[in-house]
Design a protein around this ligand. Structure first.
Ligand SMILES: [Zn+2]
Length: 528
């Protein structure tokens, strides 16, 4: 850890102190909370105007656009969810994808949970610090897109839920929330290497926690990158600022936050949950390193500055180490020439947490009745993951025309697919049960979607499309199998194993196919 941290500093990270002191020169633009000495929250309605003011001050380094406009609750005022792109590689200020492949792209968003306001405050500060403040040197190695407040409607109402009652951070597979669909469109366009998701977690003794991806289908190199390359630097920065840190721990099922003492006997403790409906796991399956960033809080206004400072330090130190190690970070995961051929023969359909004989218990701090910290030992500790069902990756999946709802869902997640322009008879695998396949021969009708496994979001695709997947669309309660009216014995889905043969394919929006509007752009493409 010491050696690694030394590398970071020699590797060119800006020589900024990572304490919590304010910079000597007063910032040119203050956030509304800073201007109020943190005695008032920033209104969720001011994000767009504030970012536009910043863009006027900063010039083309900042470009702001509305990501989505949400109707107000009960006919109230609509609210814009803005996104700000901060990049010194954007001479025209356009919000289009990366202008420089050598930079690491970071997507930072706050306040998916409307009652966790520190993420919003940190996001505004970061936009300022990166564009006209002391963190600007980081833009030599990073470009950052910031969505300060994902859930402004929930923030207005003081709740974690959005206007339709969804918990936004349990919705990254189903995408019922319009903001989440917009966030995934942004993700497909920007293709970030890092996705940082800021939260607050109530009064835990650990003042900062970071959750790593835990879904068994996440590329293990992403988790290794986080744990062994990025976290040691963050841990040191937090220790120097006297912030008590732990890797994220949760209580399953469905914790508010770990209280341990009162936990019912059928619950257990683990690293962050393994399901894929949260941003951390879903974006990691899509090929980014998704991290959950948490700050402890009493969720009271008099605590706002402290919890915002802590979360700011977490984000800042993550950006510093990522910038300092950018070449190594890119080489370890994203720019490896053999990535496309890396053997991933089997991926998980079903998995659960399990105990690990080598780590039989968790040491944890709690506060006693006097408010003092006391160590405790938690025996219901299940850090391992046991995969109970898996299948190999096929060459492709074919979704028959009756499966249009599934195909539409995959497109929301940025999955690439094309369509058969004429019927084809092929050797395929058919689902005998959701977790087992048998060889068969099928005529695949014109209009069927062919979804190749060979694509950047391969692991998310497998996890969403496989009928036996714990996190699959088909098994999920709405919309899924029942809502689509499909029989489990006759799914509109088959697999092509081995190599993908040459097929008469057209782009997914070609005209003359079922479900495509006549004014869509024709796009016949050669088979491959
Ligand atoms: Zn949260």
């Amino acid at each position: 850890m010491q050696v690694l941290a030394g590398c970071v500093l020699m590797g060119g990270a800006p020589a900024t102190a990572h304490g919590q002191a304010l910079p000597a020169a007063a910032p040119a633009i203050r956030t509304p909370a800073e201007a109020a000495d943190y005695l008032a929250y920033t209104s969720p309605d001011t994000a767009l105007a504030w970012l536009q003011e910043l863009a006027r001050e900063a010039g083309p380094i900042v470009s702001v656009r509305p990501l989505i406009t949400l109707p107000g609750e009960y006919g109230g005022r609509p609210v814009v969810v803005p996104a700000a792109r901060i990049s010194s590689a954007a001479p025209d200020g356009s919000a289009a994808g990366s202008a420089d492949g050598a930079r690491i792209r970071v997507l930072l968003f706050g306040s998916q949970h409307g009652d966790e306001r520190a993420g919003y405050e940190v996001a505004l500060r970061m936009a300022r610090d990166l564009s006209i403040g002391e963190l600007r040197p980081l833009l030599d190695r990073l470009e950052v897109v910031i969505v300060p407040v994902v859930n402004p409607i929930g923030m207005r109402a003081g709740t974690r839920f959005d206007a339709s009652g969804e918990d936004p951070n349990r919705d990254h597979l189903m995408l019922a929330s319009p903001v989440n669909r917009a966030l995934w469109e942004l993700h497909a366009e920007f293709e970030p290497h890092l996705v940082l998701d800021m939260h607050e977690m109530g009064p835990t003794p650990y003042e900062a926690q970071i959750g790593l991806p835990t879904h068994p289908n996440v590329d293990p190199r992403l988790t290794e990158l986080a744990r062994y390359w990025l976290l040691p630097y963050v841990v040191r920065a937090l220790a120097e600022a006297d912030v008590r840190f732990h890797e994220y721990i949760s209580e399953v099922p469905d914790p508010a936050y770990p209280t341990a003492i009162e936990a019912p006997a059928d619950t257990f403790f683990t690293w962050a949950p393994i399901n894929a409906s949260n941003a951390r796991n879903a974006f990691s399956l899509a090929g980014s390193l998704g991290l959950l960033l948490e700050t402890a809080s009493g969720q009271e206004i008099d605590d706002l500055k402290r919890r915002t400072d802590r979360l700011h330090l977490v984000v800042r130190s993550l950006l510093e180490v990522t910038a300092g190690l950018s070449d190594e970070v890119l080489a370890r995961v994203w720019n490896t020439p053999d990535r496309r051929d890396a053997p991933t023969p089997f991926l998980a359909l079903q998995a659960e947490n399990e105990a690990d004989p080598e780590q039989p218990f968790l040491r944890w701090l709690r506060r006693n009745e006097m408010g003092n910290l006391v160590p405790m030992r938690i025996d219901r500790w299940r850090p391992g993951v046991r995969v109970s069902a898996s299948l190999p990756l096929p060459a492709a999946w074919v979704i028959l025309p009756e499966g249009a709802a599934l195909a539409a869902h995959l497109e929301h997640h940025g999955i690439r697919m094309r369509r058969l322009i004429e019927p084809v008879e092929l050797e395929v695998s058919e689902y005998r049960t959701p977790v087992s396949v048998v060889p068969g021969r099928r005529t695949l009708s014109a209009g069927s979607w062919v979804v190749p496994a060979e694509q950047p979001r391969q692991r998310l695709l497998f996890t969403l499309v496989e009928p036996g997947s714990d996190d699959g669309w088909i098994r999920s309660p709405p919309p899924g199998l029942a809502a689509a009216g499909w029989a489990e014995s006759d799914l509109p889905l088959v697999r092509i194993e081995g190599r993908l043969p040459a097929l008469p394919l057209v782009s997914a929006d070609a005209i003359g196919l079922p479900g495509v509007a006549p004014n869509a752009t024709p796009g016949r493409e050669p088979g491959r």
